[in-house]
Design a binder for this molecule. Structure first.
Ligand code: ADP
Ligand code: NI
Length: 213
């Protein structure tokens, strides 16, 4: 199984090396480290967790032309090609299908302990100092404004509405990043999220103070 992990890591590293800073190899590697950190206190199958963390953004709808199902199919096909057992490929693919945030008004799907760990690990990387940096990197890559006081946040009620939103980056905090703390499911991630959440609130207060002196 070590060989399988090493093969997956090399493939993912190669695929993500030239990606923009919000979704590059370092994001994948931080999510893997967060996930294995959560596993040490929460339990769960470490191999399943590490494979799902490495593959969670393998075919993200934001970068594959808008297809929400392609990630699951591609990950399952890749693992079978690498001779992974069918049950393991299915479990990894199931997790890859539920990790993504789909809007403030869209409930997270129920999943396994390993799925909750990988989803929390991905969300920890979306908040705090790194989360702030990633949001502005993504916004910049899409030519979005830092902030526009005339455009208020939208609490999206469907994954399609969330995916189509092209608003400024400060709105993303109210539409997603500030909501993640209360969506964490493992107690270890809840504790880690509290401090990162406070840091974002401090950042936003300072940002608004500088915008409106
Ligand atoms: P997921 O990883 O759950 O699929 P998203 O697709 O919402 O979540 O985005 C992942 C990360 O990409 C966000 O945490 C953020 O850093 C960045 N991002 C996505 N959409 C936006 C946006 N509209 N504005 C700023 N950053 C964004
Ligand atoms: Ni991710």
């Amino acid at each position: 199984m070590q060989a399988l992990l090493a093969q997956v890591e090399n493939l993912v590293k190669a695929k993500f090396t030239d990606m923009e800073g919000s979704h590059d190899w370092f994001h994948i590697d931080r999510v893997r480290k967060n996930a294995l950190h959560l596993q040490r206190s929460e339990g769960g199958d470490p191999l399943l967790i590490e494979l799902a963390a490495l593959l969670h953004d393998y075919s993200d709808h934001k970068y594959n032309g808008g297809d929400f199902d392609k990630g699951v199919q591609e990950v399952s096909a890749l693992l079978l090609k690498l001779n992974a057992p069918q049950a393991l490929a299915n479990s990894v693919a199931q997790i890859v299908g539920i990790v993504s945030y789909k809007g403030a008004g869209v409930a997270d799907e129920q999943t396994s302990l390993e799925g909750r760990i990988v989803r929390d690990a991905d969300r920890l990387d979306a908040i705090g100092a790194v989360g702030i940096a990633r949001a502005f990197s993504y916004g910049g890559s899409k030519q979005r404004a830092l902030y526009n006081p005339n455009i208020s946040p939208t609490l999206h009620q469907s994954k399609e509405a969330y995916a189509q939103d092209k608003g400024h980056t400060i709105n993303h905090f109210y539409e997603k990043l500030l909501l993640l703390k209360d969506r964490m499911e493992t107690s270890t991630a809840k504790q880690m999220a509290a401090q990162r959440h406070l840091f974002m609130e401090t950042f936003l207060a300072q940002f608004m103070q500088e915008w409106n002196p």
